[in-house]
Design a protein around this ligand. Structure first.
Ligand SMILES: Nc1ncnc2c1ncn2[C@@H]1O[C@H](COP(=O)(O)OP(=O)(O)OP(=O)(O)O)[C@@H](O)[C@H]1O
Ligand SMILES: O=C(O)c1ccc[n+]([C@@H]2O[C@H](COP(=O)([O-])O)[C@@H](O)[C@H]2O)c1
Length: 206
């Protein structure tokens, strides 16, 4: 990591108020711009896991990406237009917490809301890069992870270092709801129909 995890200085806003026992999917992304593939991931995870809410965590700048994303306000507005359904909350929590690292968010939320069941949601390429995320083993130890299939190199991602090291904690998609109830460590790989959209393609077409 190029910088140390931040010291939390975030006070939860109204959008993040949570009731004990709620199940909340944390869907982090650059969303630069958001697209139908993102919508598909959030809706699929929400349905298959039986979530009460999905928080779209708009990343200030993915630590593994060189190029800075577009203005965060514009990305937030575009996500809100993409997914107006109730239960989908768009948040700039990472910016407000002053971090780019997922581990900081996970530590913060799991400490602040111990009675809420959080689950991390990501596309299959995220599983492929997971071993390069800051404190990735701790992330997987703190929250269950839901991976949604994506076109590209699924075999490479599914057989990568993170997937192999977490193989003992993998559960079949039919048990996805139980995964959230049971908590970490645990992950599942959901093979829903593929969506080919990618932000990089949309940026090139601009
Ligand atoms: N079409 C898709 N199918 C499945 N997962 C997706 C898809 N698009 C994005 N995701 C997932 O959504 C999350 C946020 O992705 P991100 O905002 O980086 O979009 P992207 O389309 O992958 O962007 P880029 O092309 O710039 O890399 C990641 O976990 C990613 O794996
Ligand atoms: O914490 C890390 O080291 C880390 C490294 C790579 C990606 N992430 C997170 O993964 C999520 C998806 O990022 P992206 O850019 O692929 O949309 C987003 O929430 C990032 O903050 C986090």
């Amino acid at each position: 990591m190029s910088q140390r995890p931040a010291t939390p200085r975030f006070a939860a806003g109204k959008a993040e108020m949570l009731a004990p026992g709620m199940t909340v999917g944390l869907y982090g992304g650059s969303f630069d711009p958001p697209h139908a593939g993102h919508r598909h991931v959030a809706l699929t995870a929400s349905k298959r896991l039986g979530l009460d809410a999905v928080w779209w965590l708009v990343s200030p700048h993915n630590p593994l990406k060189h190029h800075a994303p577009g203005e965060i306000e514009a990305r937030v507005a575009a996500i809100r237009a993409l997914i107006p359904e109730p239960g989908h909350v768009v948040t700039t929590l990472e910016s407000r917490l002053g971090t780019r690292y997922t581990i900081d968010i996970i530590r913060h939320l799991t400490k602040r809301y111990p009675q809420v069941r959080f689950v991390w949601i990501m596309g299959a390429d995220g599983l492929g890069s997971f071993r390069r995320w800051g404190h990735w083993r701790e992330i997987a130890a703190r929250v269950p992870v839901c991976v949604i299939a994506r076109g590209g190199s699924p075999l490479k991602w599914r057989l990568g270092q993170a997937a192999r090291q977490l193989a003992h904690a993998r559960v079949q998609p039919v048990a996805a709801r139980a995964l959230v109830e049971r908590g970490a460590p645990g992950w599942t790989y959901i093979t829903a129909p593929l969506h080919a959209e990618a932000s990089s393609i949309l940026r090139r077409e601009r």
